[in-house]
Design a protein around this ligand. Structure first.
Ligand SMILES: NC(=O)c1ccc[n+]([C@@H]2O[C@H](COP(=O)([O-])OP(=O)(O)OC[C@H]3O[C@@H](n4cnc5c(N)ncnc54)[C@H](OP(=O)(O)O)[C@@H]3O)[C@@H](O)[C@H]2O)c1
Length: 272
């Protein structure tokens, strides 16, 4: 059984540990002590142990989650005693693998992960780079691992996670408009969210069928669905979404794609 440790006991660590426990991981979880409130809540709710120091986390853990904010990474990781037996999972948005190798001398393996906060309640994708078969027993408790072939693909997965939050805003707009046309707020929310979750589950269940084919099979001629869809397409509904994705992808470009510039996105954004 993997002994799991955490440096950076905050919001990310809270939902990741909750997801691990929800999915059946019952190994040891050792927490760095900073942020005593979050640490004691996790200890109480999810049977974690609060260590006396970050080095005590390293002494008791084989797999260590790094989840401090990117701007705190350098200080948090300075002078820790890493060993070859340690595997690191970094959730620190925008800190590249090359930079982590510098920050973590002597570590056996370093991997990037970027799951969303909803995994605390519902299973979801766990983007992972580089792939790590040895970590599957742990990570598959938290969700469905999507192993990515390179760091550029991992960065695109991070943009996908950002887009998952935009869905809340889209759902709010849809529900608000449905309220204006007669639904009570609770019903508008339940119908809107259910009608996002349902199609998502359906499409995940038929991976060979393209999303546009599923839509075309439902939005057939002279249906209300097609009338609304034609209006959205005529207004180029996808343009601002594509632009937002392109904007983030540009910010996350790796140095090799970026004329050798080594701009860290940590300087541009405070994480997710
Ligand atoms: N939250 C999300 O939805 C999300 C999603 C994907 C990725 N992430 C990534 O997860 C990381 C953490 O984000 P978060 O939202 O969880 O932030 P957070 O709630 O502020 O948690 C960060 C934790 O790190 C602690 N910390 C700061 N300096 C430390 C040090 N020197 N040694 C040990 N611990 C230290 C903080 O303690 P204090 O409060 O005492 O400063 C805090 O408990 C970020 O890198 C972010 O990119 C977050």
């Amino acid at each position: 059984m993997i002994n799991f440790g955490v440096i950076g006991t905050g919001q990310f660590a809270s939902y990741f540990i909750a997801a691990l426990r929800r999915g059946g991981y019952d190994g040891n979880v050792l927490l760095s002590p900073r942020n005593a409130d979050v640490a004691s809540t996790l200890a109480h709710n999810h049977a974690c142990v609060v260590a006396a120091s970050a080095d005590e986390v390293l002494a008791g853990a084989d797999v260590v989650l790094l989840s401090v904010r990117p701007e705190h990474a350098e200080v948090a990781l300075a002078n820790l005693h890493w060993e070859r037996r340690h595997t690191v999972l970094s959730a620190m948005a925008g800190i590249r693998l090359d930079d982590l190798r510098t920050l973590l001398p002597g570590v056996g393996g370093i991997h990037l992960i970027m799951p969303g906060s909803y995994i605390e309640i519902a299973p979801g994708p766990i983007p992972l780079y580089p792939p790590a078969p040895g970590l599957m027993p742990l990570l598959s408790c938290a969700g469905d691992v999507v192993a990515l072939p390179n760091e550029a693909a991992f960065n695109a997965a991070m943009v996908s996670l950002c887009a998952s939050t935009w869905i809340y805003d889209l759902a709010h707009a849809l529900a608000a408009e449905l309220e204006r046309h007669g639904l009570e707020p609770d019903a508008a929310r339940a119908l809107t969210l259910g009608n996002i979750a349902g199609p998502a589950s359906f499409a995940l269940g038929v991976p060979e069928t393209s999303l546009l084919d599923i839509s075309a099979g439902i939005a057939t001629e002279r249906t209300f669905t097609k009338t609304g869809l034609d209006h959205l397409k005529a207004r180029h509904f996808d343009t601002p979404w594509r632009e937002a994705i392109a904007r983030l992808a540009e910010m996350l470009k790796l140095p090799a794609d970026d004329s050798g510039a080594t701009v860290s996105i940590c300087g541009r954004c405070d994480g997710m």
